[in-house]
Design a protein around this ligand. Structure first.
Ligand code: D5M
Ligand code: FE
Ligand code: ZN
Length: 470
């Protein structure tokens, strides 16, 4: 028996596997460089199913497999905030930002039947009204004992009222500054809101790709941090080039921010850094990502740890800081947010900074369940609805954080917890992290689930999680 075959088999024995005699024969004909990868992959797969036998068929499944060049790999960048940023000064910017938010969401709301009874707030100020609707941004909400009050504001004025009946349930989940439409019952000075409608998404039937290609969703690598899981990430990169049947079908990798850990992002960060400059961190990122086979397209948008600007929307990581990422033909540098189409599946990429604001500001939301927060973001049709909380928002002329077009997949990161959900036909995916628990997260009790690659089958929409964490 060849030495390398024996080594591969010893490895399997050590992991508690029984090996069918025909395996020895088949492995005799396998090139040395593939042996370890094949055995490791089979062991990983079978361990999940608690099946501790390796047969000849298991090996054959992995042999003779190669990258199928007929698999479709078509992409289009549908929206990238980078090109749309105007960066005006603060004083001129915010008025027009909120006007834009209001107008865009009003247009969406006007597609609903109730909107035919829509009035401006100034039109109903001195009259009694029943069954009229007004649109507005949430100016204030009060839920206390048995009091449920809401104040909304449009371009013409503000209106405060008591929320009654079922509308109280909707009131609980509203964000300050988000857009709503309310049904108004107004008698004398007494204002009641009998219904609250969020922009929401209609039931969505998703596009499907033609061929069985996979997109892998990643975020929060935090390269440069002492807690970056380099060994596990390298195993993932190795796996991409392996003859694993899934790996062979990967055509896209989408990274939703926090590629690097950055510098000066939080107090005393330098004590937690392996690489001390942004340039070195990004250089290392480029080195690692260059191990991805060239036929896989890689899309990168920034997060709060990446350079560019901190406030949303964020332009792409600047070319000057990351020349070796920008130079690669299969790497596409995008802003945050961005919407791309991969084999006709529309993916909205957003780092997810606003999840902090929502967890802090809305009862019932938790870091352990980012998908719930992401659902509520879809209902509000806005990626960062709460203004003046933790997430900095730039004074732009146009509000580029309104979710105007409904994606097939809503991909975010930031909270370092992998969670998959579906809301009205939209796949909601938080792609986790590749950084182990940091001292900060330990202190505040956040438990990440790092080291998981989310594989999305663009034809069947099936999701497969690959855990590289041990
Ligand atoms: O965010 C990593 C995680 O830490 C994510 O769950 C948000 C959380 N985080 C970050 N900053 C804060 C503050 N100031 N308070 C509470 N939670 C926070 P990352 O962007 O990778 O640092
Ligand atoms: Fe992060
Ligand atoms: Zn982040």
């Amino acid at each position: 028996m060849r030495r390398n075959v024996k080594r591969a088999l010893d490895y399997a024995f050590k992991k508690g596997f029984q090996i069918h005699p025909e395996v020895v024969e088949i492995l005799g004909g396998v090139e040395d460089k593939n042996l370890d990868k094949i055995i490791k992959e089979i062991i990983r797969e079978k361990s999940i199913d608690q099946d501790f036998h390796i047969t000849g068929n298991d090996i054959i499944r992995y042999l003779g497999l190669e990258v199928d060049t007929n698999i479709q790999s078509k992409h289009e960048i549908l929206f990238d905030c980078t090109a749309r940023l105007t960066m005006p000064g603060e004083s001129e910017g915010f008025d027009s930002l909120f006007k834009s938010r209001f107008e865009k969401l009003k247009n969406i709301m006007e597609q609903r039947p109730e909107a035919k009874n829509l009035r401006n707030i100034s039109n109903i100020q001195n009259k009694d009204e029943q069954d009229s609707y007004v649109c507005g941004l949430v100016n204030n909400k009060v839920i206390k004992d048995n009091t449920f009050r809401l104040t909304v504001e449009d371009m013409t004025g503000t209106l405060e009222g008591f929320v009654v009946d079922q509308a109280r349930n909707t009131l609980r989940e509203l964000f300050l500054d988000q857009f709503v439409m309310v049904k108004v019952d107004k008698q004398g000075g007494d204002v009641k809101f009998t219904d609250i409608i969020q922009p929401d998404v209609p039931l969505h039937s998703t596009n499907k790709g033609d061929s069985e290609a996979f997109a892998i969703l990643l975020s929060d690598l935090h390269i440069g941090s002492k807690y970056f899981m380099e060994r596990e990430f390298r195993e993932f990169l190795d796996w991409l080039s392996s003859s694993d049947p899934y790996a062979l079908k990967v055509r896209f990798i989408l990274i939703a921010g926090d590629i690097i850990d950055g510098v000066g992002i939080f107090p005393d960060q330098d004590k937690e850094l392996e690489e001390k400059t942004i340039y070195k961190q990004l250089e290392k990122a480029a080195e690692l990502l260059s191990l991805i086979p060239d036929y896989i397209k890689v899309f990168i948008s920034p997060g709060n740890h990446d350079p560019g600007r901190r406030a949303l929307p964020q332009p792409a990581i600047p070319q000057g800081s990351a020349p070796n990422l920008w130079n690669k033909e299969n790497v596409f540098m995008l802003g945050n947010p961005a919407m791309i189409s991969v084999n006709n599946i529309k993916v909205l990429m957003f780092h997810g900074q606003s999840i902090d604001d929502i967890v802090k500001g809305v009862a019932g939301m938790e870091y352990a369940h980012p998908a719930d927060v992401m659902r509520s973001i879809l209902r509000a049709r806005h990626l960062s609805p709460i203004f003046g909380s933790q997430t900095p928002i730039a004074p732009e002329k146009e509000d580029l954080l309104v979710i105007e077009n409904i994606p097939d997949v809503f991909h975010a990161g930031h909270v370092h917890v992998t969670e998959i959900d579906v809301y009205k036909g939209v796949k909601v995916i938080n792609s986790g992290a590749w950084q182990r628990q940091t001292p900060f997260q330990l202190r505040v009790g956040q438990v990440p689930t790092p080291g998981i690659a989310v594989l999305f089958n663009l034809k069947t929409h099936q999701i497969v999680l690959r855990d590289f964490s041990n």
